[in-house]
Write a protein that binds this ligand. Sequence first.
Ligand code: 13P
Ligand code: SF4
Length: 360
Amino acid sequence: MTITSSPAAFETATPAGPVALDRYEPLSRPDLSYTPEVAEATAQTYEKVKHIIPAIEWPALAPTIHAINKLKKERNAVILAHNYMTPDIYHGVADIVGDSLQLAIEATRTDADVIVQCGVHFMAETSKILSPEKTVLIPDMKAGCSLAESITGADVRALRERNPGVPIITYVNTSADVKAECDICCTSSNALQVVESFGVNRVFLIPDKYLAANVGNKTDVEVLTWDGACEVHERFTAQELKDYRKIEPNVKIIAHPECPPEVVAEADFAGSTAHMIDWVKTRQPEKVMMITECSMADNVASETPGVDYIRPCNLCPHMKRITLSKILDSLIEMKEEVVVDPVIADKARIAVQRMIDLNR
Ligand code: 13P
Ligand code: SF4
């Protein structure tokens, strides 16, 4: 069961802007010519993306991929990339790819000095919260998220005042400010487990009303929520899925739980981006449709050669702000640094760490 609260006015989140990084010298810009050395160094990557990147475009991308991979070593940097990154990033320069939970866990494990977060701002903030001693960079500070923008720390405080004693779980797609006010964090891969971990009959799962409803449909716990939604997943409709099934009766449809419940009800499976990838790799369906962001099918197609992907998808404009050339600029100029107020980070870390500990 799910009940929705209304969002209050938007409040500026924790300041997290670029700061001077005196300890790092800016590096000189590499030559971006498509030389035989670059062609050879990037040949294996091209094999993984050739189904989606035409050969004629490769000479324009390969030099930047090669340069990023060299600069990463100079900076002792690790690139954490979300599954929604484009294939050139996902297959070409990422050290670790994954869903929100996997990226959060990897942020605690890496011994690199610098994390370049290829994803959206809340993901970079989560890395900074978990690794405050590291320099965390995001290639575009404007890479936001409709869910993270739907709620503020002040909203959560007001919610708690109105509902004393009800645990408040925050989806990871929120600012550090919001995480600092909540009892525990969750992602789409562990939301049900987190909801049931309290052993009570009523919890808040904020701010995604659809994720909350989808979790609420799987448990006896009453799941109260907030009026937030992912602008990418809420655009899918159940009718659309029914129409696709008429055209392609053998297709398997898998959806992300940020989709409305009636869309999830039409799907054969729903799970986080990593769970969707695992499902396809394990089941190897003849035809599959991933009801989520466009890059998912592009990225996983090379790893599942026997599977035919039917590709209705919606683009996340925030994720798509991250490009190869911005990643290169990040490493050359050490920008843009993600900073979180240490007092807020200390509080937010408790919520995120509780989730990670639960998963262990
Ligand atoms: P997951 O990768 O955790 O499933 O999240 C999807 C998403 O929308 C991230 O912004
Ligand atoms: Fe936010 Fe949705 Fe984009 Fe993920 S896909 S970053 S939830 S807007």
